[in-house]
Design a protein around this ligand. Structure first.
Ligand SMILES: Cc1cc2nc3c(=O)[nH]c(=O)nc-3n(C[C@H](O)[C@H](O)[C@H](O)COP(=O)(O)OP(=O)(O)OC[C@H]3O[C@@H](n4cnc5c(N)ncnc54)[C@H](O)[C@@H]3O)c2cc1C
Length: 267
């Protein structure tokens, strides 16, 4: 049964926004609420939508959104929650993994304060939840926890969700608990320090994957390659049943997630 996923296009808008609130969720994750008049009309309708977040140049402090006008520094993030208050003011939450100070995004997020400025570009489009979904299987690390929240939010509550989570520790165990649909999430958490290979083992242990199950994989690109191979080539699942996206890659700055996850097997 082919999955139909409608795509809604959005006009590409770049916005300057201001940090309204900073809430640590765990030592390795912070939720940052962004606000400002330019957020009006912001829409993100798909579970795995992304925005380009523009950061100030750490050297000059200047925030540049357009090439040719200064130093442009951008990274991809998942629009997590958009709220519009009674007065019509829009707020957008983003969750940042704090992975140290070797990247501008993580460094910025670790010391963000209300009043700080950021830029946003997009989303250019939203791929909606597939129609006719019987079950959702998510394989994700912390960078894709925001996307996983979106999947749980957008998929009908009657659809069971299985999660295989690749995590550093147990500090984000309660990350999904406040969602109305959290009770149907059956999650297995695997600790990275226990070594590679356990993700594939956990996936294989699920056995055959039914044709009405949609599989979403996102996280460290290299770790996902054997999982995608298993799903696509050993189980023979069609491309439209599997979405596999590298959200970052060891040793690579600002990974281009549009490039094929597995260069030896581009879709
Ligand atoms: C579609 C999409 C949606 C995303 N959504 C989110 C999101 O909602 N929240 C979120 O936190 N991230 C998200 N990411 C991942 C995020 O864009 C990357 O982690 C990004 O590289 C962070 O930028 P940086 O400036 O901190 O590090 P970079 O300058 O890009 O990289 C510097 C170094 O840090 C390493 N690195 C990058 N990310 C990590 C990490 N998470 N853990 C350990 N080492 C890392 C790199 O390998 C590199 O060696 C998303 C990515 C994509 C493609």
């Amino acid at each position: 049964m082919p999955f139909l996923r409608e795509t809604v296009r959005h006009e590409l808008v770049k916005r300057r926004v201001t940090v309204a609130d900073v809430r640590p969720l765990a030592p390795s994750m912070v939720r940052i609420a962004l606000a400002g008049p330019e957020l009006e009309g912001f829409r993100a309708l798909g579970p795995a939508d992304h925005v380009k977040v523009f950061f100030p140049d750490p050297a000059s402090g200047e925030l540049t959104l357009e090439r040719g006008e200064g130093v442009v520094i951008s990274r991809d993030y998942t629009p997590l929650a958009v709220t519009v208050d009674a007065a019509g003011a829009t707020t957008l939450d983003l969750d940042f993994v704090l992975h140290g100070d070797e990247g501008p995004a993580s460094t910025w997020a670790a010391s963000a304060q209300p009043g700080d400025e950021l830029g946003l570009g997009g989303p250019r489009g939203s791929r909606l939840v597939p129609e006719g979904l019987g079950r959702l299987l998510v394989i994700a690390d912390e960078t894709a926890f925001p996307a996983t929240r979106r999947w749980l939010d957008l998929v009908p509550e009657s659809v069971p969700v299985t999660g295989i989570f690749d995590v550093a520790d147990d500090s984000l165990d309660g990350y999904f608990d406040d969602l109305p649909g959290a009770a149907r999430l059956e999650a297995e958490r695997l600790y990275r320090e226990d070594g590679p290979g356990q993700l594939e083992e956990a996936l294989r242990s699920l056995g055959p994957i039914a044709e009405d199950t949609f599989v979403f994989l996102a996280g460290e690109a290299t770790a996902l390659i054997p999982l995608r191979r298993y799903l696509r080539h050993e189980l023979g699942l069609p491309g439209e049943q599997v979405s596999a996206s590298g959200y970052w890659k060891h040793g690579i700055v600002n990974l281009d997630h549009h490039a094929p996850l597995d260069p030896s097997d581009p879709d």
